[in-house]
Design a protein around this ligand. Structure first.
Ligand code: AHR
Length: 614
């Protein structure tokens, strides 16, 4: 392998080459990255009709002691359902309540992670014409052991109007599958609504689960595409992601049922929070908007303008002055400064739909007219032929077998080079199917080859992101994924660790790296240099994938270094391999397949390396 470090034929890699794609799939957000512990906090998931299903809330006590139902008496007009508890027992009377009282409990998303010494903010809205004596506790999964308890006591009349109650509970024990209970031993009728429990300690205090965010941050992504994927489209438009329903005070958000991945979300993680997360990570948001197309229905281009206005409003929300109509709502949410929104993707995988192109153009010209700097991404693939419509980038999605993914390392080699044409955004890629299982080493190995190909073609590929990013192990709607978690643990799949090899690539310099003519076609390689901002040193990284099952002796020559020195001290080699191609990581063995770094002996312009199989 000859790496030309003279600088003659090197070129800069786009600043944005590698990023992440966050989709609300597999409970990635609700029950994942977003730390709200209560599921269905407003009792809206059962729909607007009454009586409604309050799942996953359950009742504590039988019908002789408590009757629980829903009605439409909430103080929040956009989510009108409230819970009504009619308590029949009374410890001060003859119908004594069962031990521990009666009431309701919420198990969260397959159990709440409550940890000793940590504080939890609990908020609930209460109404009752009588005096109230409620016990609010975080308990073990069976409800028998209290981890933290506090009482809400109010005289008659005090809660005759809906009243917001805020509590701070400190856990004196740990249970990873805990639940929230609200109980009483006092007769009367009590209404509850918008019950929330969140840990106080979240990423930058903004509600995100710290360990999961730091796994993202470790990859040094440069952008975040959000919030889908199919989640943006919906099976039907009426269930698509509607950003206006996800902003403002959390209590007022109606929530919605995502009918593609088939679960309810309270939309605590809404449009504002996505922008906030991108800002907190110091990366660029890529807002994927619905352009009037779902999996099963479409809006005619002749009637698309209200949908276009909706997206113009979303841009004003993100970027407008604090005194603009939508910017003022952002400011009221605590962010008077604009967010740095400069990328809009119009639709997701919708190029083949009847009204996609017509609708796209309406969006394109309206956005460009109002915000000429915004880069617009089309769903139509422009890698093999020119697009028939204007765009700054085009989406390219690939889900395939390992062999095919590896062969796609040269997928963009023949893409027409032009200074003005749209660049590729490989916004979703992954090996799937039997080669991948729930995250195999084989899948990762093939993706590594593909990513090296993208790096080498980064004159026509501007952005790339793996999909999906997250999976809650309890709700595997889609396999494989990059990061697996449950209520309290997380690990990276081999595909996650492959991305780790590319964390310095965005904005680095690509050097020519050429194999001699007779070398194996199961090898691909790339070379980059960059300056480390912490110590100002320059680094050279050579990445090689041996996709074959034989060992290779490779001579690497770094030519054109001139008087530049290569330091052996501090030079490293990092290897990701596994004895079995189908090896996966797990909660038990989170680092079974993970990079192993060691000192690179004899680093220098000429190196003999042994590339073990795979
Ligand atoms: O990444 C999972 C899904 O795959 C995305 O929602 C969709 O865009 C693609 O079909």
């Amino acid at each position: 392998l000859i790496v030309d470090a003279s600088g003659n034929s090197s070129r800069p890699i786009p600043e944005t080459l590698f990023g992440i794609f966050f989709e609300e799939i597999n409970h990635a957000g609700a029950g994942g990255l977003w730390t709200e512990l209560v599921s269905n906090r407003g009792f809206e998931a059962g729909g607007p009709n009454i009586p409604s299903n309050i799942d996953p809330w359950s009742v504590i006590g039988n019908e002789s002691a408590i009757v629980v139902s829903t009605d439409r008496s909430s103080c929040f007009s956009r989510n009108i359902i409230a819970l009504r508890m009619e308590v029949l027992c009374d410890n001060a009377g003859s119908n004594i309540c069962p031990a521990g009282g009666v009431g309701i409990f919420n198990p969260g998303y397959w159990g709440m992670n409550i940890e000793q010494g940590k504080s939890y903010k609990v908020v609930l809205y209460v109404r009752s014409v009588e005096s109230v004596n409620l016990s609010v506790s975080l308990t073990s999964s069976d409800g028998l052991q209290s981890l933290a308890t506090t009482n809400v006591i109010a005289a008659a009349v005090e809660f005759s109007n809906w009243t917001k109650v805020q509590l701070l509970l400190e856990a004196k024990g740990t249970d990873h599958k805990a639940r929230l209970q609200i109980t009483t031993t006092k007769k009367g009728v009590i209404w509850l609504d918008q019950v929330s429990a969140m840990p106080v300690d979240t990423y930058k205090g903004h509600g995100f689960r710290k360990e999961l965010v730091s796994m993202i941050a470790d990859l040094k992504p440069k952008f975040m595409r959000f919030p889908g994927g199919c989640f943006v489209e919906g099976e039907w438009l009426r269930n698509a992601f509607r950003w206006k329903e996800t902003i403002g005070p959390w209590e007022e958000r109606p929530g919605h049922f995502g009918d593609v991945w088939m679960y309810w979300t309270d939309d605590g993680l809404g449009y504002f929070e996505f922008l906030q997360l991108a800002e907190d990570l110091g990366i660029l948001p890529v807002w994927v908007v619905n352009n009037g197309v779902s999996h099963n229905d479409e809006v005619y281009t002749s009637t698309i303008l209200p949908f276009v206005q909706e997206i113009l409003d979303s841009i004003e929300f993100a970027r407008g002055n604090a005194d603009s109509k939508w910017g003022s709502i952002r400011a009221a949410m605590g962010h008077p400064e604009p967010f740095n929104l400069t990328y809009i993707a119009i639709g997701n995988e919708d190029c083949g739909k009847i009204y996609y192109r017509g609708n796209y153009l309406k969006f394109y010209y309206a956005i460009k007219d109002a915000y000429p700097d915004i880069k617009i991404i089309s769903n139509c693939d422009g890698s093999s032929q020119q697009l028939d419509h204007p765009a700054d980038m085009y989406d390219f999605h690939i889900y395939t077998s390992a062999n095919d993914m590896f062969s796609k390392a040269n997928r963009f080699d023949r893409t027409t080079r032009s200074n003005t044409g749209p660049k590729a955004f490989v916004s979703e890629y992954a090996v799937t199917g039997s080669d991948a299982g729930t995250g195999s080493f084989l899948a990762a190995l093939a993706e590594a080859g593909f990513l090296i190909g993208l790096e080498r073609n980064s004159d026509v590929v501007e952005m790339a992101s793996y999909a999906p990013l997250f999976v809650n192990d309890n709700n595997r709607r889609w396999n494989p994924d990059a990061i697996v978690f449950n209520s309290w643990q997380q690990y990276g799949t081999p595909s996650y660790w492959v991305q780790y090899f590319f964390k310095e690539s965005s904005g680095a310099t690509l050097l020519p790296a050429t194999f001699q003519a007779n070398s194996s076609n199961s090898l691909v390689a790339s070379a980059i240099t960059w300056q480390n901002s912490e110590n100002n040193n320059y680094y050279l990284r050579i990445k090689i994938v041996n996709f074959g099952n034989t060992s290779m002796n490779l001579k690497i020559s770094v030519v054109g270094l001139g008087s530049k020195h290569v330091r052996s001290v501090g030079s490293t080699k990092t290897i990701l391999t596994s004895s079995n191609l189908m090896d996966e990581n797990s909660f038990k063995e989170p680092n079974k397949v993970a990079p192993i770094q060691s000192t690179l002996e004899k680093a220098g312009p000429d190196m003999d390396v042994v590339l073990t199989p795979h």
